[in-house]
Each structure stands twice: as C-alpha cells, then as structure tokens.
Design a protein around this ligand. Structure first.
Ligand code: ASP
Length: 438
C-alpha cells in the first residue's frame, strides 16, 4: 500500500508547521511519496515565498535585490533552525543568485520555492530527494506532456521506496524549467499518484476539506465528507477553490480517490473526492458556489424559433470577438447570453453591431452586474421539490431571480441574481438545505 501526500504552502510555512507534517507522515508508513509546496503565509499579511521569488527575480539588477534575497534566505533558515537540521542551502543559494542575475527565466525563479523546501523536507524525513525536472516533462511549446511524464515518473521512482518530489514545476527536454499555473503543486501530486498507481492521493491543506459553501459568506460552513469528481468540477468552475482544476484529471484517469485533509486537525476525516459513490449526501445538495461580474445580453426577434441558424450566427459573433459565453437560456422569440462582464466590456459595441448585422433582431438589451450561483448535488436527481425549495428560499429572502438554468445532467441548478443579492441568496439557500437539514 502506498500513498502520495501533498502539503500546501500554509502547511509548510514555518518549522512549527513542518513538525506537524513530519508527525503526520511518520504516523502512517504508507505515506511514501511527499510533494511539498513552497512556504506559504505564516499569518494573513505575510508574503508567500513564491511571491518573494518573483519579486526578487524582477529586481535582479536593482538595489533591493539583496534585501529580498535575504528575506527569502531567512524564511528557509528559520525552518532549518527550528527543525535543528544541519543542512546548509548556501551552495543552492549561490547557484540561484547567479541564475537570477543571468535572468535565466521567471519560471525557474518561482520553482526554487518548492525546490528548496523539498530539500529541507527530504533532510527532515530522511527520504530521497527527487528533482521533478528529471521526470515532469513539458514539450517544446510549454505544454505538459502526460505520456512521457508518466513513463519517466514510473521509471525514476520504481526502486525509490520513499521520496520527496517538490511540486509546481518540471522541465522541457532541454532542461529549461517550466512551472504549472499558480497553485500547481496539487497537479504534481496528482501526476505522481497517477503514474505510480497508488491507493490514495492525500492533499493536505489548512481547512478540513471542501466546504458546502464559501466561509467568507457563511462562517464555519459544514464540510463535505464525500464528493464526486463531477460535482467538484462544477463547484470549482463556479469559484470554489480547494484544489487546482488540472489536478483532477491524472488521478481520475487512474481511478484514484483524493482525500483533502487538514494539517492542523489531522484527526478529522476531511473530504473524499471519488469517481462515484453509493453514499447518500447528508443534505439534498452537496455544495453551493458562485461568481459575480456577469452581464446578460437579451435578444428578441419575432419568429426566431423558425429561423434556422439563428443561434449559430449570434454565437459566431462572440467567437469572432474571442468572447466565451456561460449560459444561454432561451424563450420562443428570445435568447439571453450570459457573459463575463470584464471580457465583454472591451468589445461590447463590436458585439452589438455584429449581432445586428448577423441576425437583425427586433430588440436587444444589456444588463450588467449579475451574479451566477450554482447549487450542485448528485442527490438532486432523486429528490423531488429541490427547485421549489431553492426558489421558496430566495422568495422569502426577497431576492429576485433573473435567470434559471438546470443542467441536463441534473447535477446542478444555476440561478442568476443581481450582484448585490449574491451573498443573501447563498445564505438563504444554505439555510434551507443545510441548517434545516432537508
Ligand atoms: N508555490 C506555488 C504557488 O504559490 C505553487 C503551489 O503552492 O501549489 O502558487
């Protein structure tokens, strides 16, 4: 039995946190492959080491360079001293400084956060340090190459029983360091788990799993014990930020579940993310997420229903302007397109005139400052009255619903409200399903 365990930046921000992580790993002999992030924030106004590295690299020829570099060094030294390790990173920092001055690449710079933290972690645990530059491969265009990576990981780690593999980066064939997008250590963990075909991918963070909704809106929301990949995908798309979006695919492909756990409360079960489950969720809904900042473009034309190709022509205008759409609820002679407001604002006049030219509508109207809320849950399919409860709750809270879209998967209901009704709407929906337990 083997597990891949990934620890996020806040789990490794200080020696204190490292000690918790060490205890977690030592408590279970199957936690054999460890993927660390760079040290994150120790307190809310603190700066993540990754951000310090970006700043340092950009300042390589400026006066403040030494100051930022010293700050980075001290973050690591503090951890080394707190763990009473005899490790020295002096050589590594010499190389880093030299490469920063040579400006060999911003992604190289950012990757050093994980690289150095991995060195400390390996020394602390007595595990083998394996540089992901040797096995996480990007192609010439900078695209992640899953196939080659899988083979390289399986080969490199075949005989390594316990390893630390820094997260967030890999390399092109020519050795040039490439990073994933921010938060990308989640992806590294998933790739290693998939390639080694382990039993479980544990993703350790500073919350006890995926929450039913955003804790900034509902203080201490309930956490979800089991969620399917599809549900999580819907919630992440609508703004829930537990796991990097690209971290799902490599483990999902191999049928490996992910367990989100809390480094500061390891005794809690956290959230299991699975392909499918017989487990009934405790509430009809699994989660609620949403985003503000949408606008809607309402288009009316009599006999629209009989005009073949109407929808395509309208959408083609958006395509030509490089704008993606979110939802298109439609009526008999009407259609409404929901679009990200910031994407739309720059091109609005081109889009409006383009639609006039393409389909000659009778009337068009633009509405701004809208929010979309997704109510997601595999339990909705088998429960009657879910929609009725959602809309009753919103009506009681005096919220005007501007749009309703039930996905054909019956996995979610999406409602559109004004931006200012966003938080009250989420509260009302949370209350009716979670607080009153129906
Ligand atoms: N250190 C990187 C970041 O801050 C990657 C990660 O933490 O997953 O985005």
């Amino acid at each position: 039995m083997k597990k891949v365990v990934k620890f996020g930046g806040s789990s490794l921000a200080s020696a204190e946190q490292f000690k918790k992580v060490g205890a977690i790993i030592r408590a279970d002999g199957t936690r054999r492959y460890v993927v660390p992030s760079a040290p994150g924030k120790r307190f809310s106004e603190d700066t993540k080491v990754t951000d310090l590295l970006y700043a340092c690299y950009r300042a390589a020829n400026e006066e403040i360079f030494q100051k930022v570099l010293a700050e980075i060094k001290s973050r690591y030294q503090e951890i080394i001293d707190g763990l009473e390790l005899s490790l020295s990173l002096e050589e590594d920092f010499k190389i880093l400084e030299d490469n920063f001055r040579k400006q060999i690449g911003e992604e190289y710079a950012a990757s050093r956060g994980e690289y150095l933290n991995g060195k400390i972690m390996a020394a602390y645990l007595g595990y083998t340090f394996v540089d992901p530059a040797e096995m996480i491969r990007f192609d010439g265009n900078g695209q992640f190459d899953a196939e080659i990576t899988e083979a390289l990981v399986a080969k490199r780690l075949k005989d390594v029983t316990e390893a630390v593999v820094p997260g967030f980066y890999g390399a092109k064939e020519n050795g040039e360091i490439k990073t994933f997008s921010r938060g990308g250590s989640d992806i590294t963990g998933s790739i290693i788990a998939g390639a080694l075909d382990v039993e479980l991918y544990e993703n350790w963070t500073d919350v006890s799993g995926v929450m039913v909704t955003d804790p900034r809106i509902i203080p201490n929301p309930k956490s979800i014990d089991t969620i399917t990949y599809r549900e999580l995908r819907e919630l992440s798309y609508m703004g829930a930020t537990v796991l990097h979006e690209d971290a799902i695919f490599p483990v999902r492909k191999a049928g490996i579940p992910i367990n989100i756990k809390n480094t500061n409360a390891p005794e809690e079960d956290g959230t299991m993310i699975v392909e499918d489950t017989c487990k009934k969720p405790p509430y009809t809904i699994t989660g609620i997420a949403g985003k503000k900042g949408f606008c809607s473009l309402f288009i009316e034309k009599s006999m629209m229903n009989a005009e073949i190709g109407f929808g395509r022509k309208v959408l083609q205008v958006l395509e030509e302007q490089g704008i993606s759409f979110e939802h298109i609820p439609s009526g008999i002679d009407t259609m409404t397109i929901y679009i990200h407001q910031d994407e739309f604002a720059e091109k609005e006049q081109q889009v409006i005139s383009g639609i006039h030219r393409a389909v000659n509508p009778d009337y068009m109207e633009l509405e701004t400052d809208l929010a979309l809320i997704a109510i997601v849950g595999r339990g909705m399919r088998s429960n009657r009255g879910t929609a009725a409860r959602i809309f009753a709750a919103l009506a009681h809270a005096n919220i005007n619903v501007r749009m309703i879209d039930q996905g054909s998967s019956e996995l979610n209901v999406i409602v559109g409200v004004k931006d200012e009704d966003f938080e009250p709407a989420i509260r009302a929906i949370y209350d009716i399903f979670v607080e009153t337990q129906i």
